[in-house]
Design a protein around this ligand. Structure first.
Ligand code: WA2
Length: 269
């Protein structure tokens, strides 16, 4: 091919890749911002009222009515922070026992638990499961509550759906904390965790398929937090970094993680 044609082709790929990256970033951020807004709802109407003005039914209804605000999420859920000393009281109040995530058996004794108490209907299978018993969820819960910021997991297979996705977690505190609160202050004030699942495999797929040029380019998204070991977050065919690959930076709003999008023309494989 002539040089100027190659240049044009390359420019075309760059435009399509950047367009996809910005669109994905925007929808990720919109979804995350809305989960953050849900934490304010929980603080005001769940923790701030005696008795709580939010129960499973109210939560599920509100979550469903606002689902359009979280275009890439398959659902949201709230897990409560329960210390071991309060376990019996918590279990008798709810009429169920805290379960281990994978075995669905009664959870063994630990210092603390994070049982899911309220869910959007789409995530009802999480109810009563201790979210601290899954490695990705546990790490995310701990990072979210110590930082006061939203946290994203590694890409992993979500429960039940088995789709590849990531979980986003925001801690809910009993009091308004100052910006410079210490880790210890934050842990002590933690009441629970609001989280949502980004079903990347189906929802990102949907989004990208609708964009012009989707038949001719292959798109992958990687978590490159560990640069020597990129983790596939989206994409079937592996897009290696080579001459004909265009790379767009992605910022999903969690400063502890890095992501990138790689695009190439399918025929360049
Ligand atoms: N949500 C949906 N599917 C999942 C999942 C999850 N976590 N974990 C594994 N599969 C209630 O961070 C608190 C949501 C976790 C929130």
């Amino acid at each position: 091919m002539r040089f100027d044609m190659l240049e044009r082709r390359r420019e075309n790929l760059a435009n399509m890749c950047e367009g996809r990256a910005r669109m994905l970033e925007e929808q990720f951020k919109a979804s995350m911002n809305h989960v953050r807004a849900l934490t304010a709802l929980l603080t005001t109407f769940h923790l701030g009222k005696q008795p709580s003005a939010i129960n499973q039914e109210t939560f599920a209804t509100y979550a469903e009515r606002t689902a359009f605000e979280r275009p890439l999420m398959s659902g949201v859920a709230y897990a409560e922070r329960v210390l071991h000393a309060n376990r019996n009281l918590f279990e008798s109040k709810h009429g169920w026992t805290i379960k281990e995530m994978f075995s669905k058996e009664k959870q063994r004794d630990f210092d603390e638990y994070a049982p899911t108490t309220m869910t959007q209907e789409t995530l009802s299978h999480l109810t009563s499961l201790d979210m601290m018993s899954g490695q990705e969820d546990r790490e995310n819960i701990i990072r979210a509550r110590e930082s006061g910021k939203g946290a994203l997991t590694n890409p992993f297979r979500l429960l039940e759906s088995k789709h590849l996705g990531v979980v986003f977690t925001f801690a809910v505190y009993t009091t308004d904390l100052p910006e410079d609160a210490t880790k210890e202050d934050r842990i002590k004030a933690t009441a629970g965790y609001l989280g949502g699942a980004f079903d990347v495999e189906t929802l990102v797929e949907n989004l990208l398929r609708q964009m012009a040029g989707s038949q001719i380019i292959a798109v992958n998204v990687y978590d490159i937090t560990n640069e020597t070991m990129p983790l596939v977050m989206y994409g079937y065919t592996n897009v290696e970094k080579m001459q004909s690959t265009y790379v767009s930076d992605l910022d999903f709003g969690d400063p502890a993680r890095r992501h990138e999008m790689r695009c190439r023309f399918k025929e360049d494989a």
